[in-house]
Design a protein. Structure first.
Ligand SMILES: [Zn+2]
Length: 830
């Protein structure tokens, strides 16, 4: 990666040097006539109706631009999950492009004020630095237009000669990412071409557009499970530290035409108000420029919030940078759509009553009609341009704010008893989870130290406490936990100090979240944009107490700063990571033939399950609908796993007429019969969350999901971490602690009929159920069954009410999956 960039850079210098002996700075600019337009290469202008450029066309265009323009330098970052090249185009004035290493060095000093030793040095950085801006297109591949737009944007910046563009190029360095999910661009482009001119033109492909994550490829920015997230995190938060990141998306077709910040409530309390205000300022500039250009239907202050941590545009806040999101209304991939006034009138979100009614944050509703990819592209081009103009005009301010936020984060917490660090004590018996946790932190630039010698500390377990236990339904919480006595922590433990530039990344990942109770006037829960809680050590089942006092002075401590995850793996005597191979040893105790159901509808929970199995090197076969319809499952499998999916989707699949015939249908009634036969003959059926529904109904199990049909005014838990009471005498929970954090996302809870033949393995805790996030109506969850095993015929069914592998993040509950499968070949325990 690095060497390729340097090679390209050297090649460029040699290329320029070959023409003349005069210094590089005196070379005249390459004539723009020599620079190929997207149209001349693709045969169409990006954004034209019913045209689409696939990934090789996009990378080919950027390579040509790199060769032809001295304002553009393309770097290959590495390979995507399915081995496509990931690229970034640096776009700036020629002299800046020639001095990229210098500007990268300035950014790294600004990002870590400890590298700045005098005011003179600091002021020189402010004077000489450029605003670094990253624009990322179409991470969600069906939101396809921005990937096409990227070529036009690059071309215009490479060729324009007007004073304003020259200012932008002079003062900013743009890192343009044509797509952080190249595999998905091809999945969508191939599908679009295949269905063009058929009744299915413009529909979304039925498969996941990221091999593992689908749409959740933008839910990974603190966990860094995916190759794509890892490569771009390295580019942005190890190397370049952009002051502004713009993530270009599309939303549904029938609402506002374009959303741009300010965001809606609630804000994440760990985001600096300076950043939130800067986000608003840029958003309003974009909105004003769009209005001035005559575009209607621009919406601000609605739907999208900053609460949750794991998106492309949220990661910047935790690196002291500005994250901007835009969401243009979608066409039908690259096919125009028609939107009616009735559809607009029915479209309603937080902050927008409907898409026909003018409001202060939506002053100019769009009047319905035809909506084309070109409309989307034009709005995204204007937004990109606006952001670059701001970046250029307020260059000094952005650099100063960025530096100052990092500097403030280096100050000691003000009060005695405040958290000063988090400790990851040695000897947790969860070595792979410890290595993954620390590896993810290091990969996103968080500083983690190893204790080479013991320390003496006062600790506090950070737990949620109810402030008013009498308020039954609407829990109110604070972070509490009593202090330990001064205690010795052994060498080999790890410590994460808050005094580091990324202080609030650490806080926002390690502390329990308390989502503010937000209800509609009717008393229903107001849905957050994404999940409400994600506390990383809880999800991973790693004990990470807060440190409030350290007896040893800074000079007495023996600490080593960790450079990469392999150092932790070496400490813990784990196999080292080499290349792309996951070094984790298969945790199954014997060979088990596992089938994972993969239906005709892309299902992210299925994708993440494959991801987790691949990461842990557990072999499996993907079972398609036809395989299940064929039957004879016992001859091929010991266990069949259905990940979270509604029973109707599993049984019926895609409806006829919505996709080409080969993608329609589910397992059907014959499939249901074969699954029953499989269990009755001694097979193990495992169901996650929603899929339990199918098992309960089709097998007539003596269990009932008590949360089915319950209104959100009575119970609501939209992505939170809850406590399980675990029966660790059962083989499936063997060796696990009695209390385990589990991921609950509108999940299930069961009651069993009296004297039913049900072995309960875990229940939701009898008290203090919520560990992080939002839980409305705790009484509905307390003591209910979370994980159970039921004997059926010669076989067994294991029902997980929660998501034991949610987004590849909830490692705390993965041992339950491995233990379940390890027991699949043993006789029923009933
Ligand atoms: Zn999106």
């Amino acid at each position: 990666m690095q060497s390729h960039r340097l090679t390209t850079y050297l090649a460029l210098i040699l290329y320029l040097a070959a023409f003349s002996a005069t210094s590089v700075a005196q070379r005249p600019a390459i004539q723009s006539s020599a620079i190929p337009s997207p149209k001349s290469v693709l045969g169409f202008t990006p954004g034209d109706d019913r045209t689409i450029a696939g990934w090789s066309q996009i990378t080919d265009y950027f390579e040509r631009l790199d060769r032809a323009s001295d304002r553009v330098l393309v770097q290959t970052l590495g390979q995507s999950t399915l081995k496509r090249p990931m690229i970034v185009a640096f776009i700036s004035a020629r002299e800046n492009i020639l001095a990229l290493p210098k500007y990268k060095d300035i950014q790294q000093q600004l990002a870590d004020p400890r590298k700045v030793t005098s005011n003179l040095q600091r002021d020189r950085l402010f004077a000489n630095g450029k605003t670094v801006v990253a624009i990322s297109c179409s991470i969600h591949s069906t939101e396809i237009v921005a990937s096409q737009m990227s070529m036009q944007l690059a071309y215009e910046l490479a060729t324009a000669q007007d004073a304003e563009t020259r200012d932008i190029l002079q003062n900013t360095i743009l890192l343009l990412i044509p797509s952080p999910n190249p595999d998905g661009i091809d999945i969508v482009a191939n599908w679009y071409r295949k269905t063009l001119g058929t009744p299915y033109e413009g529909r979304e492909p039925p498969e996941l557009y990221h091999h593992y994550a689908g749409h959740d490829d933008n839910r990974d920015w603190f966990m860094l499970n995916l190759k794509e997230t890892q490569l771009i995190t390295r580019l942005l938060w190890h190397d370049w530290f952009p002051q502004i990141v713009y993530d270009v998306h599309q939303q549904g077709s029938n609402g506002s035409r374009f959303f741009i910040p300010p965001f809606y409530d609630p804000p994440n309390p760990n985001i600096s108000p300076v950043l939130l205000r800067q986000v608003g300022l840029i958003g309003h500039k974009v909105a004003a420029d769009l209005q001035a250009a005559g575009f209607k239907g621009v919406l601000t202050n609605a739907l999208y919030d900053t609460w949750w941590h794991g998106g492309f545009r949220t990661a910047p806040y935790f690196h002291n940078s500005i994250g901007i999101l835009s969401e243009a209304a979608s066409a039908r991939l690259m096919t125009p759509s028609t939107v009616t006034t009735e559809q607009l009138a029915r479209s309603s979100t937080r902050g927008m009553r409907n898409a026909t009614e003018a409001m202060t944050n939506f002053p100019d509703p769009w009047p319905a009609g035809e909506w084309r990819p070109r409309d989307i592209m034009n709005m995204e081009m204007i937004a990109s341009r606006s952001i670059l103009e701001m970046s250029s005009k307020f260059r000094g301010e952005y650099l100063r704010n960025f530096y100052e936020l990092g500097r403030k984060n280096l100050e000691q917490p003000p009060n005695k008893g405040d958290t000063i660090a988090y400790l990851i004590p040695a000897g947790q018996a969860r070595d792979e989870a410890v290595a993954k946790l620390i590896g993810s932190l290091i990969d996103q630039g968080v500083e983690v130290f190893r204790l080479d010698h013991e320390l003496h500390v006062v600790l506090r377990q950070q737990i949620l406490q109810r402030t008013n236990p009498a308020a039954e339904k609407l829990g109110t919480y604070r972070i509490g936990g009593s202090l330990s006595a001064m205690q010795e922590v052994p060498g080999g433990s790890y410590i994460v100090f808050l005094t580091q530039p990324q202080r609030y990344n650490v806080v926002a990942l390690f502390e329990p979240q308390i989502y503010p109770n937000r209800l509609t006037p009717l008393g229903e829960a107001e849905r957050p944009y994404d999940v409400a809680g994600w506390t990383l050590p809880l999800q991973m089942g790693v004990d990470v107490p807060a440190v409030v006092t350290i007896r040893e002075t800074a000079s007495e401590r023996k600490l080593t700063l960790l450079k990469d995850a392999n150092e932790v793996r070496a400490d813990l005597a784990l196999a080292l990571k080499k290349g792309d191979e996951s070094p984790i040893k298969n945790p199954l105790k014997q060979t088990v033939r596992v089938g994972i159901y993969k239906g005709s509808m892309g299902n992210m929970d299925e994708g993440w399950t494959r991801f987790v199995f691949d990461t842990f090197n557990v072999p499996y076969t993907s079972l398609r609908d036809a395989d299940i319809r064929q039957g004879k499952l016992n001859s091929k499998f010991d266990a069949v796993l259905f990940t979270s999916q509604a029973a109707t989707q599993i049984i019926n699949g895609n409806a006829a007429g919505t996709v080409p015939a080969e993608y329609t249908g589910g397992i059907g009634e014959p499939g249901v019969k074969n699954v029953k036969e499989f269990v009755n003959n001694g097979g193990m059926l495992v169901c996650f969350d929603n899929a339990c529904d199918m098992a309960i109904k089709e097998f007539n199990l003596p269990l009932r999901n008590t949360l089915e049909g319950v209104r959100s005014s009575e119970f609501y838990c939209p992505g939170s971490i809850v406590a399980l009471d675990v029966d660790n005498k059962h083989p499936i929970a063997a060796l696990l602690p009695e209390t385990l954090p589990a991921y609950f996302i509108n999940s299930s809870a069961f009651t069993a009929a009296a004297d039913a033949n049900v072995r309960v393995i875990a229940r939701y805790a009898k008290e203090n159920v919520l560990l992080s996030g939002w839980l409305l109506g705790e009484d509905k969850l307390r003591g209910q069954i979370a994980l159970a095993e039921v004997g059926v015929g010669k076989g067994r069914i294991v029902l997980f009410g929660f998501r034991p592998q949610h987004r590849g993040q909830s490692w705390a509950t993965l041992p339950l999956i491995w233990n379940t499968l390890s027991s699949a070949t043993t006789a029923s325990s009933e």
